[in-house]
Design a protein around this ligand. Structure first.
Ligand code: ATP
Length: 235
């Protein structure tokens, strides 16, 4: 479904990605783990076209997307939930959800999808007329995921969904991520610093260090890999 070939991405003179190769198959939950500054967010930004790669290729469903605009990439079926949520704080929950459906042509199915996300996160139903900025951190993360789902993505990119949230909320969010994957057949590409939780939720994982992929394997094998345990799982 998604393939990155020798992707190099720069911020001015700083090279954040030093030749990334990775693949995601339809229906998978893939996680990319690594320490601060390894290049995880930049990998997502390169895929979504927000920070396009300086060189290399990215294919989605066989189609090259590395020269496409971010809007066009969304319309092909890739939605990103950015780190820190970035919901629209002045807009209500309902308005945020409608913003997520902005590029859709099948407007008659939007109401049905709002019902679906309210089913995933019932608290958002209660909050539907409330401004996004008044929600708790966990509710904002739920809204950010819901807004991304309103674009009906085939591939959902999630950047640090656990960041700054209480453990109970994190577990709820991860259980919903797995539900979206199994019920909606949405493929998930998840960036996380909470490597333990990410690997427990994913089918496969990639480990990134200093702008490069240093390891890839099935998630359960990475969980028992001695180097991963030591560097990322605190064991
Ligand atoms: P974190 O978990 O802290 O978000 P990360 O693995 O997602 O880290 P990136 O945010 O992708 O890493 O950063 C990769 C490298 O690119 C780092 O050296 C970082 O300092 C640099 N970088 C990221 N964003 C910018 C930017 N806007 N301008 C300049 N350098 C940047």
């Amino acid at each position: 479904m998604l393939k990155l070939v020798n992707v190099k991405t720069f911020y001015g003179n700083i090279q954040a990605l030093k030749g990334i190769d990775l693949e995601v198959s339809e229906g998978e939950i893939i996680t990319l783990i690594g320490s601060n500054g390894a290049g995880k967010t930049t990998t997502l930004m390169s895929i979504s076209g927000i920070t396009p790669p300086g060189s290399g290729e990215i294919y989605f469903m066989g189609q090259p997307i590395h020269h496409m605009s971010a809007d066009k990439i969304v319309s092909l079926g890739i939605s990103q939930v950015p780190e820190g949520r970035h919901i629209f704080p002045q807009l209500s929950v309902m308005e945020n959800l409608h913003m997520g459906a902005f590029l859709r042509t099948d407007k008659n199915r939007i109401a049905e999808d709002i019902e679906y996300v309210f089913g995933l996160f019932p608290i958002l139903t209660e909050r539907r007329h409330q401004a996004g900025g008044t929600l708790s951190g966990g509710e904002q993360q739920m809204l950010a995921i819901s807004r991304a789902l309103m674009a009906r993505p085939r591939l959902l990119l999630l950047d640090e969904p656990s960041l700054g949230l209480a453990p109970k909320v994190v577990h709820l969010i991860f259980s919903i991520i797995k539900k979206i994957n199994s019920e909606q057949k949405t493929t998930i590409f998840l960036v996380e610093q909470n490597a333990n939780l990410a690997l427990q939720s994913a089918h496969r994982g990639y480990v990134m260090e200093n702008g490069k992929i240093v390891l890839e394997d099935d998630a359960d094998r990475l969980l028992s890999n001695e180097a991963v345990k030591k560097a990322y799982l605190g064991l």
